[in-house]
Design a protein. Structure first.
Length: 154
């Protein structure tokens, strides 16, 4: 078992503040959510969820155990059988800014890019590696380190 990175709670608090700001900005822009669950079915809808080390550590520490087994990147393991997110409060920036709304898709980068820059600043200030990569690569590492309990079957 590998020790988890030493990230102070203050860093996570900063990330939560960034997430709150994103929530407000996204709400202001008013994208439509059809509650289809497409945002969590990565392969089926042609997208990849990228996140930083500090975000995956936030998930590992503050989200409930994943609802289903880790696959090769096809789906989010925190999507339950009804298509809902079970890690809603700890979900990363990418989840907070992604919507299937085609009008919002055209402006989503205006919301996400400043927030990504702020996450980079927090990582730098607290000496946390950025290591921005797909969710499943991070989760695979956590599983190998024995720091993520996953469901046994999809």
């Amino acid at each position: 078992m590998t020790a988890e990175p030493s990230i102070p709670e203050a860093a996570f608090e900063r990330v939560r503040m960034i997430h709150e700001g994103i929530e407000a900005e996204v709400a202001r822009r008013g994208p439509v959510c059809e509650l289809s669950g497409r945002c969590c079915r990565f392969e089926e809808y042609g997208h990849t969820l990228f996140l930083s080390v500090i975000e995956v550590e936030l998930l590992a520490r503050h989200a409930p155990p994943p609802s289903r087994a880790l696959d090769s990147g096809k789906t989010c393991p925190w999507q339950d059988a009804h298509g809902r997110c079970t890690a809603r409060e700890a979900r990363p920036l990418g989840c907070r800014v992604y919507f299937c709304d085609p009008v919002y898709e055209l402006i989503a980068h205006e919301v996400s890019e400043p927030a990504i820059a702020e996450l980079k600043r927090v990582s730098s200030e607290y000496g946390v590696a950025w290591d921005y990569q797909p969710l499943h690569q991070h989760l695979g590492r956590l599983r190998e380190e024995g720091r993520l309990a996953l469901a046994l079957a999809p």
